[in-house]
Design a protein around this ligand. Structure first.
Ligand code: NIG
Ligand code: FE
Length: 412
């Protein structure tokens, strides 16, 4: 199957195969071609350039993109899309004055979702999660990482990871799976933390590895959740099974999780709402991608990741949704890009780099996803007719996506 997209007003994020992430001042540059064509053969991008240089050849399908912008699909490197039920009541409780922390301390929060998940069958969990996956695909996401972490029992965690695997088998979107057994201590282990670490390391991990259910290992490294020492123990165990670390750190407190993550070559460290100068310093000249989650800051009214400080220091930055029932019930990457511009003062160029190529890097797939590059996956967004790509973050509440292409085929 060959598809030719013609008359593209602007083709964004064109890169050669050597660029796998962008850092610091480079983030302000978003290479593009105006009045362009793009050729897709099967599931891959095989040619692109300016319209004057378009080869004359037979194709199966032509898509005329006059007035429209084409860019790589969003790469959402941090989500918890697989969950059961919702936490709408906690949302209202927060409006009425309770904090996220107070809700968690009285047995709500992650433990509330864990109880719901353990009471929900695998089939029902699949169908609830599938609705959200379909929703984010239509919103332009072409690659997504999904975490476990609402099971907190051997069966619950396996159930979540099996659902993620099934979604990956049934949908053309690229999916990476992360084991987040260390998301919270279940009530049963509240006075036996060592016992829960032992369950994660000696029961959950071997099963997950045997069934090949995860690519990455994650821990919620935070005061009141998992300490730096406990996080270290868990990621070292994960590494023994070949799972690469991606860690929730510095959401509410800076406790040294970044330094430990970098030492263990974490692929990413995520949240980063609270960043000391030493935290920024620790990330410089490393292979670890910092990931900001602005929709979480928005929903919880907590600080935004200090993007300007981090980019000025020379760091790369990725943007992801954190789609989950408690802190971010939204998987809309368009809103993430807009919020990064509006609240974190990232330029549209920086935000799009962060949501495509750097997002792909944070999932370990930037050699195949995240840019318009010959040989990369044809996972693309074709926008509606736009004045310029600045309209994407500017018109923050509008859906400006016309067509979504996954694996070289029109999906929606
Ligand atoms: O990334 N911070 C930890 N975990 C999730 C939220 C979990 C929840 O509230 O359900 C997050 O924000
Ligand atoms: Fe998260």
């Amino acid at each position: 199957m060959t598809t030719l997209i013609t008359n593209i007003k602007e083709l964004l994020q064109i890169r050669n195969e050597n660029s796998t992430k962008v850092s610091g001042a480079e983030m302000a540059i978003l290479p593009s071609i105006k009045n362009a064509f793009l050729l897709i053969e099967n599931d891959l991008i095989t040619d692109f350039g300016s319209m004057e240089k378009m080869p004359i050849r037979e194709v199966d399908q032509i898509i005329d993109a006059t007035g429209k912008i084409v860019l790589p699909s969003w790469c959402d490197s941090h989500t918890h899309i697989v969950y059961a039920g919702n936490r709408e009541q906690e949302f209202v409780d927060r409006i009425n004055g309770l904090t996220y922390e107070e809700i968690a301390n009285r047995g709500g929060g992650i433990l509330n979702s864990a109880q719901k998940l353990n009471e929900t069958s695998e089939d029902e969990l699949y169908s609830q999660s599938e609705q959200r996956l379909k929703e984010v695909i239509k919103l332009g996401t072409g690659a997504v990482e999904i975490k476990s972490g609402y099971g907190l029992t051997v069966e619950g965690e396996l159930k979540m990871l099996r659902v993620i695997k099934k979604l990956a088998q049934n949908y053309p979107i690229t999916i990476k799976a992360t084991f987040l057994g260390a998301h919270a201590y279940p009530s049963l282990y509240k006075d036996n933390k060592e016992g829960y670490l032992d369950l994660i390391i000696n029961k959950m991990l071997p099963e997950i590895a045997k069934e090949k259910l995860a690519d990455f290992i994650d821990v919620f490294c935070e005061t009141g959740y998992f300490s730096v020492a406990q996080t270290k123990k868990i990621i070292e165990a994960g590494l023994r099974y070949g799972l690469i670390p991606k860690i929730h750190v510095n959401q509410f407190n800076s406790i040294g999780g970044i330094q430990m993550g970098v030492k263990h070559k974490a692929l990413s460290v995520d949240h980063l709402e609270i960043m000391n100068p030493e935290d920024v310093e620790a990330l410089l000249h490393t292979e670890t991608m910092p990931v900001a989650l602005p929709s979480c800051s928005y929903f919880l009214s907590i600080p935004y990741t200090p993007a300007r400080k981090m980019i000025a220091a020379g760091l790369p930055l990725a943007l992801a949704t954190d789609y989950n029932p408690g802190s971010t019930p939204s998987g809309n990457m368009n809103f993430v890009v807009a919020t990064a511009c509006i609240k974190m003062k990232m330029t549209p160029e920086e935000a799009i780099n962060a949501a495509t190529l750097n997002g792909a890097y944070a999932m370990g797939i930037s050699t195949t996803h995240g840019s318009i590059t010959i040989g990369k996956k044809a996972n693309l967004i074709i926008t509606k007719t736009l004045h310029s790509f600045y309209q994407l973050p500017y018109a923050f509440g509008s859906n400006l996506i016309d067509t979504v292409i996954l694996d070289g085929k029109v999906y929606a």
